[in-house]
Structure formats: C-alpha cells, structure tokens
Design a binder for this molecule. Structure first.
Ligand SMILES: NC(=O)c1ccc[n+]([C@@H]2O[C@H](COP(=O)([O-])OP(=O)(O)OC[C@H]3O[C@@H](n4cnc5c(N)ncnc54)[C@H](O)[C@@H]3O)[C@@H](O)[C@H]2O)c1
Length: 448
C-alpha cells in the first residue's frame, strides 16, 4: 500500500494529476473498464461500454455467467447474443471470476444485488463483499461507481471508509461516485444507452470524472452535487411508483366492491392532458426494485425518527393483492359451483412483468402458494420461464393442453407472445388480473 501512496504523490509532483491522467484515458477510450456483477444491470452496461470502444472486463462470482459471456451467449433478454458475441470475439468484452484483474482496471462499476433481509432491513452483504475484493487490488487512479440501488449515505458511510483504508485520498488519488441504475428490463424504447444517467460524486472531481465516464457511452448525463442526492433520486423514483401502484390497487378494490370497471375509469381519467398520470392495478408487485427499494428508504429514515407512512401503507395494499386475486378465483369458481379445493388452476404467465424472464418477488409465486394452500392443483405456462422453484417443490411450464384441462385460468402476466383469442376459446373460466382481454366480451371472463 505504501508503494501506491508514493506512486500517487509522484504523479502529483510531476504536475499531472491523477484526475487528468484518468480523464485523458477515459476521453481516449483507453481506460480499462470493469463491471462487477453481470446481471440484468451489469451485463447491458458492460456491453454498452464495449460497443462504445472500451476494453471491458466483467467480474462475477458465477462461473456459469462468466462462461456464457465468454462464449458470446447472452442470458439477459435486453442483450442480444448477436450484439454481444462480436464484442467478445474482437476482445472488447470478456468476463472472469478472478478479482485480481482489478489491478489492470481504471474504472469499476459495482452492480451487485441489494435485496432485503426477512426483517425488511437492507442486505448490504453483496456490496460489502464486492468492496472487500476491490480493496485487495485497489490502486491509485481508479474511478469506482456504485450503481446498486441503496439507502442515502451508503457510498459515503459504507463504501468510502472501506476504500480509504488503503491510505489513498478520495478526489485526489481515487474517485468515487454513486449513479442509480434506471434500466427497465423488457423496455424496447428506453435502454441503458438512452436512459439519462444521474451521477453524484464524493467530491467535485469525482462528479466530474463520473460525468466524463458516462458521457463516453450514454446519451445524456445528469450530474448532481453529492452521492446522497444521487442515491435519493433512485429511491424517490421507485417510491413514487410503488405508492401510485398502491393507490390504484386500492382504487381497484374499491371499484370491485362498487361494481365499477376500474380499467375503464383509468382509461378515461388518462385523457386529462395535465395533472394525471395513469398507473395500473395488478396481482401485486414484483422484481428486484419496486417491492424492495422503498424499504431501503424507510429503514434509513427510521434512524432519524421519521416514519415513512406512505411506504408502509402502499406496501400493505400491494402485499394484499395476491390474496385479492385468490379471492377472485375462489368466487369465480364458486359461481360455477366449484370449490377451490381439488380444482385445477392454470396460471398464465409467472414472471413479474410482461415479456421478461425474471420471477424474483413475482406475485405469481404468492398466488400459486396461496392456491396450493387452499387445496387447488396448480399448473402454469410461461414462454420465458421453463421452471419455477417453490419452497417445497419445482413446477415445470406446461403446454397448451393445461388450459383445456383447467377449471380456471388466471392471467397473472400479460406476455405479448400469448394468444389471447385462442385462450378465450379454449378456457372454461378466466380471471384476468392485467386487462389482457380488454374489449373481449365473454361470460367466462372475470376482471380484476
Ligand atoms: N433488475 C432491474 O431491473 C434493476 C433496475 C434498476 C436497478 N437495479 C439494481 O441494480 C442492482 C443489481 O440488480 P440486478 O437486477 O442486475 O441483479 P442480478 O441478480 O441480476 O445481478 C447481480 C449479479 O451480481 C453477481 N454478484 C453477487 N455478488 C457479487 C460479488 N460479491 N462480486 C461479483 N459479482 C457478484 C451475481 O452473481 C449476479 O450475476 C441492484 O441493486 C438492483 O436493485 C436493478
């Protein structure tokens, strides 16, 4: 470590600062870019930088993921293998499980998971583990950018002290930023490249380099004055979404009680050209962001004695939705003189949203669990998800035959690839939680 400190002061005394050397490397695209965590966020980012002309090294704990990257075989829906494979072949992109490669890197984006513990407290273990590896191979001239969604203060309070153990000085010898990842898997219009990138550094020099780094590969960069502002931006965005979905889910429950079609209400309200933004009800929240991130905020504010009441309430309402769907299924079956117990129920779509393969936190898993507890025989189909692991067993996706065999089909995820006309022809009874059968009139259909 002493050697690095000396090296850094040599750079400074020669009149060329670490910042300007790194800045020049970034501008000339000779900076060696590293991405730690090659999942839904990290892999698209790594590919974007390789496409922009940088040499990119992806580092992940998973040998199967790194092997697939090196074989040019993408496992992330938004990254076509046809785009990734030539980058691997040309040597612009490679992946490894070997953290010692950090020695040769100039920049590192950290894109590891930030789940919740069972107690709904932030689980920082992935960020800490990644930083511990970075610490081992830390050297002057590195730009580190944390992208994992987290509570305000993480970069300053958790990451910075770990990196400063090296004796190197932030904003002088190395640079540290937070930049929230806003990727929306499955969104064909907005992807890593054209989603504006917010970045805030620990010091103005850090922000400057973070801005320079992102502007080499992404269309628009939005610098903010601190890492805390950047961390809070992401939590505002996701909390806004979670609460509005909670509101519209409650409105859906109200409309159901009053016999009003909530979908028609939203469609008409959305014609207002100002002051209204439509959100849609559904079977519950899913994914690695919306059901989780707001709890990072409520956990943090609780430490200052501030209660995040909207978050708690929206969490309760959204968490109730799988139960509401199961009640709907039960009532629909009862109307056809069938009990749930012993009925065959087929779940149509299990990923947490349309046209992607991600089942993390998917409400489909809760619905399957609740129906199973009531004695139903549950099957599912999903073109993106060949199998799902439940607590006590594994279900395999079924083909079209399961629709005919089912007493009730529940549309949980409205994948575009499903043939809804055919479904209406073949199913005996359908509970549609997504308005996938909009405009279709049939006694078989029960809507949320
Ligand atoms: N998925 C999304 O839509 C999305 C959108 C915006 C922000 N985010 C945030 O981005 C972060 C990453 O999410 P994701 O969906 O890409 O997760 P992911 O699970 O798809 O990918 C994370 C990757 O990190 C790897 N990993 C775990 N620990 C590691 C370590 N110590 N060192 C190296 N690699 C490690 C895992 O093997 C995995 O490949 C999270 O904080 C999430 O909240 C996700």
């Amino acid at each position: 470590m002493q050697k690095w400190v000396e090296m850094s002061s040599v750079l400074s005394s020669s009149g060329t600062s670490t910042q300007s050397i790194l800045g020049e490397k970034i501008r000339s695209k000779t900076a060696r870019v590293g991405v730690v965590g090659l999942g839904y966020v990290g892999l698209p980012l790594a590919v974007e930088y390789a496409e922009a002309g940088f040499h990119v090294t992806g580092i992940d704990l998973s040998e199967s993921k790194t092997a697939r990257v090196n074989a040019g075989d993408s496992y992330v829906g938004d990254v076509p293998s046809a785009v990734m494979a030539p980058l691997v072949k040309s040597g612009k992109l490679r992946a490894t499980t070997d953290f010692s490669q950090i020695r040769d890197l100039d920049t590192i984006n950290i894109c590891v998971p930030t789940p919740l513990r069972k107690t709904k407290d932030p689980d920082m273990s992935y960020i800490v583990a990644a930083c511990q590896e970075i610490e081992k191979y830390f050297h002057p001239g590195l730009l580190i950018i944390l992208e994992s969604t987290t509570y305000p203060g993480t970069t300053d309070e958790l990451v910075l002290p770990m990196l400063e153990k090296s004796g190197l000085k932030v904003g002088h010898d190395f640079f540290l930023c937070f930049s929230p990842e806003r990727v929306d898997p499955g969104n064909a219009k907005f992807q890593t490249k054209n989603i504006p990138k917010v970045v805030g550094g620990v010091t103005p020099a850090c922000t400057e380099l973070g801005k320079l780094f992102y502007s080499q590969a992404l269309e628009k960069v939005v610098p903010v004055t601190s890492t805390r502002v950047a961390e809070m931006v992401k939590l505002l965005e996701n909390t806004f979404r979670m609460i509005n979905i909670g509101l519209v889910n409650e409105i859906a429950i109200m409309c159901d009680g009053m016999g009003i079609d909530v979908w028609e209400v939203i469609e008409a309200a959305a014609t207002k050209p100002f002051g209204f933004m439509p959100f849609y009800p559904g079977p519950g929240l899913g994914g690695h962001c919306i059901p989780i991130d707001p709890y990072y905020l409520s956990w943090k504010t609780k430490q200052s004695g501030i209660e995040a009441r909207f978050i708690e309430l929206a969490g309760q309402i959204n968490g109730q939705m799988p139960h509401f769907v199961v009640e709907k299924v039960q009532n629909a079956l009862n109307d056809h003189s069938k009990p749930v117990k012993g009925s065959k129920i087929h779940i149509y779509g299990v990923s947490y949203k349309r046209d992607i393969d991600d089942v993390r936190e998917s409400p489909a898993l809760d619905i399957i669990h609740l129906l199973g507890k009531r004695g139903a025989k549950v099957s599912y189909s999903d073109p993106y998800v060949p199998e799902i692991r439940l607590e006590d067993n594994t279900l395999l996706a079924q083909d079209g035959g399961a629709v005919e065999a089912a007493d009730c089909v529940v549309i949980v995820t409205d994948h575009a690839a499903f043939d809804y006309k055919d479904l209406v022809k073949r199913a005996k009874l359908i509970v549609d939680t997504r308005n996938a059968l909009k405009g279709v009139q049939s006694d078989k259909i029960v809507r949320l």
